[in-house]
Design a binder for this molecule. Structure first.
Ligand SMILES: [Ca+2]
Ligand SMILES: [Ca+2]
Ligand SMILES: [Ca+2]
Length: 430
């Protein structure tokens, strides 16, 4: 705790006496907010019952002692956790090693002759789940807090959540009274409007991993049927700030989604953000967070947030490759990262670009998290009353232990969807 306090104070102190920086103020009450906002001429916004404002100052210290202010934190910048991107010319399921690893199906660049041999069976057992258990359901709603989703993508358009009251309502009117105008397919917290179209591609890639349709074309998502709820909180560069994250969290809180994918983060701690996750635990909401891409970095010592928040309704995900090894770019954390999931050379959907296929191969813990998010969606559909703690324990106890992953995360294990949904626990004597 001391470390965290130091961490946030250090961030404030660093910018003290230098140049004016942006801060987010959380007020003690609505009344306090009105008072201060009027005095200082600030625009306020509300989220999860609290009132906030953004302020630019070179000295936040006097505000820290103001009795009307509960917290003041730097307006942290969050970044997407994608490590590398590659073009693809011929997308197809037999390149999706993460779903069904045949030993030779890691995607290759056009100038490469053959992929590195993968380990047969090093996948999440998706095919077995599809044939024996489920391919998903329209009742499962999954939020993707990211750069948006291309909701017109042929692989995704049938799987995008629809706000019926807005779809059947009037343009320019907030038909469902949720505070957002024309939010038919979700919300754009970055621009504060009702259109979460992706202008980067990152969110669309994550969305395809979860729910690209099983339609005989292109690729397949972990789920054939699902409702994806895009909450855009980052711009075309994959950058968003605490202000946008707070607004995105408020939308997620009000939405019917129970699980959210967070393939992004920052090394800066935010008490405001952590408190929001805790509040949402009471509403049965679960967070899947990518652990970050700083190669060789130990999250136990150098935390990444939100992945490192010590709350029961969040799971932190590192990345493994087709050979069941820790991905070279992924952070590790024997005490703080829970499980690994496939994140190296993942083929998925991408935004529309001139004369290019709407697919790309990408690597990053950003790509690993959505496999787990989809798994949580399916698990909650099967067992809706699980608590955050129970969801995380199930994921950890049913993950497959791998020698090479052992020092890299708490369990030394990787996601296995079949074992998760069949509740097949790893023997403790292994
Ligand atoms: Ca609305
Ligand atoms: Ca409307
Ligand atoms: Ca498809």
């Amino acid at each position: 705790m001391l470390f965290r306090i130091w961490f946030s104070l250090a961030a404030i102190t660093l910018s003290f006496n230098t140049i004016a920086a942006e801060y987010i103020i959380q007020f003690t009450s609505t009344k306090s907010a009105q008072l201060i906002a009027k005095q200082m001429n600030l625009q306020t916004f509300t989220a999860l019952g609290s009132t906030f404002a953004k302020i630019k100052t070179d000295n936040p210290r006097p505000l820290e002692n103001n009795p009307n202010i509960l917290r003041i934190e730097p307006n942290i910048t969050y970044r997407t956790f994608d490590d590398s991107w590659e073009e693809v010319t011929d997308p197809k399921f037999n390149m999706q090693w993460a779903l069904s690893n045949q030993g030779m199906n890691e995607p290759v660049k056009p100038d490469q002759l053959s992929p590195l041999p993968g380990t047969i069976g090093c996948d999440i057992s998706a095919q077995r789940v599809w044939s024996e258990i489920t391919t998903g359901s329209d009742q499962i709603i999954i939020a993707v807090m990211d750069t948006g989703i291309d909701y017109n993508h042929p692989e995704l358009k049938n799987s995008i959540w629809v706000n019926l009251k807005e779809q059947n309502g009037l343009p320019g009117i907030d038909d469902d009274g949720n505070g957002h105008i024309d939010d038919i397919h979700g919300y754009d917290a970055f621009n504060d409007d009702g259109d979460p179209m992706d202008d980067k591609g990152h969110g669309t890639h994550c969305a395809g991993i979860i729910g690209a349709s099983h339609d005989g074309k292109g690729i397949m998502g972990v789920m054939d049927k699902v409702k994806l709820l895009p909450i855009k909180m980052m711009n075309h560069k994959g950058r968003g700030e605490l202000e946008h994250a707070i607004k995105a969290m408020d939308y997620f809180a009000k939405s019917p989604a129970r699980v959210v994918n967070c393939s992004w983060g920052s090394n800066l701690y935010s008490e405001i953000f952590q408190e929001m996750i805790v509040k949402l635990e009471q509403r049965g909401k679960f967070f899947v967070a990518a652990a970050g891409n700083l190669r060789g970095r130990n999250n136990d010592q150098h935390p990444t947030y939100p992945a490192n928040y010590q709350v029961p309704n969040l799971i932190s995900i590192s990345s493994h490759n087709a050979r069941a090894r820790h991905s070279h770019f992924s952070t590790y954390g024997p005490k703080t990262i829970h499980i690994a999931a496939p994140g190296t050379k993942i083929l998925s959907t991408y935004i529309k670009e001139k004369r290019k296929p709407r697919y790309k191969v990408a690597s990053g813990t950003s790509m690993a998290a959505p496999f787990v998010t989809a798994a949580v969606g399916l698990l909650l559909h099967q067992a809706p009353n699980l608590t955050g703690d129970e969801i995380r324990n199930r994921l950890m106890e049913t993950a497959i232990k791998e020698h090479h992953l052992t020092p890299k995360n708490i369990t030394g294990a990787r996601l296995d969807l079949y074992r998760l949904l069949m509740n097949i626990r790893t023997q403790t004597d292994e």
